[in-house]
Structures are given as structure tokens and as C-alpha cells.
Write a protein of this length. Sequence first.
Length: 247
Amino acid sequence: MKIIFLGTNGWYDSATGSTVSALIDSKEAYIILDAGFGLVKAREYIKEDKPVYLFLTHFHLDHICGLHAISRLGLKKSITIISHKGLKRMLKNVFNHPYAMPLTDINFKVKTLEVKEGQHAVPIKFDCLKLNHIDDTFGYRFYLEDKIISYCSDTKPCENDLKLAMGADVLIHECGYSIRPENDFWGHTDPEQAGEVAKKAGVKKLCLTHFGPNAFDTKAKRLVGEKRARKIFKNTIAAFDDTLIKL
């Protein structure tokens, strides 16, 4: 099993990377996490005849803007987009005329699945819980090849964040802030907070992503963030576009 980071920026593309997206290549399926502009890079890795599932955490533009170019994936069969209530309405409103080509017009089938908080066995085994972000946002916990991969973006540390991360082999966690603001009404995480979540949850590896491109405007600053998180949780890496992890 492999995890490939396709985009690792929050908010907008910059010299440090594309907006957020990652691909899990497992025996069960290809699982795409969020659909920033990094999404289009998935075409380089989707080669086998396996199901393709796209899990959206929420509908802020930096997490869905790559859907504008979803046809570039060139899939032979279909893709299923999975998220919380409101997914179908959002896709109809945003990815339709006059803003974009309707998803119904692309050259492969796009299916949708709205899910509630809790445990799910279809189409794969996963859990989802609401996170602490300004708008409705899901975090996910996937059970794949006897491994647990957790994905939490966007959020400030919270009870559900910790539940999803508990005992995970890999925790992929946002790192939108370099310095947490006094009043965080948006709901994001800084390096120390991410390290604390990983330590409390007893995960094996922490991967930081969704870096704020203003706060982390150079790759060197990401590595400083990595170092800060490592002071709390040693097995931490700052992800960059095209970072690949094998499990």
C-alpha cells in the first residue's frame, strides 16, 4: 500500500505546492482524499482496474477546486464521490453551467454517496466524524490491508480528531497555522498541536499537510514546522507534493 501526496497546500497554489489532495493506493481501491488542484496528478498513479473513491472532507474551494479538471483523470469506469449531507447539492450548484462543465458530461461515470457520522462498511470499511472547523467538515479513518490510515483536515484539535487518530498506522493531519491565533474561529492546527494529537493517539507516523501558503511560504519553513512537531512526536514528516509513503 502506498500514500502519494498530490497537493499539500491549503487555500491556494504557490511555489510550495498545489492545493490539498492525496491518493491511497491499496489492494481494495484507489482512495483519493480531497480534491484541490493536486487531484489531476492522480492520473499518473491510477493504472490498475480497481474502484476509485474520492472522499471530501468539506466544500471549501481549496478542497473541491480540482473537480473542475476531473475529466483529466481519464478513468475507464467510474468514480464515487463521498462526503456528508449537501454533497449532491454542492456539485449541482458549483460544477454546472455557468461555472463549469457539468460532471454528468464528462467521459466516465461520476457517482455520489452522502454519509452520516459513524462506522461504514460500504463501499469500503471506514469511520467518519465531524471535526472542529468553521463549516461542516468530516474526518476519516480507513481500514485497509490490516492498517489504519486517518485523515483530519481541516480542524483544530478536538475530541473527534483524537478518536479518528487513535492507534493509526498513519495520521495525515492538517497544519494550516504556523502560529495559532488567539481567537481561532476558522479551526486549524499548528505543528505543536498536530504533534500533541499524534502523541495522545499513539499513532505510528504523523504526516503534516494542508500547509498555509502564507505562513509556510518556503519549503524550508515547512521543515521548521516538521522540526517543531518532532519535538513532541518524533516520527513526523512534513509532506510535499509527490511525497510517497509505503506501508
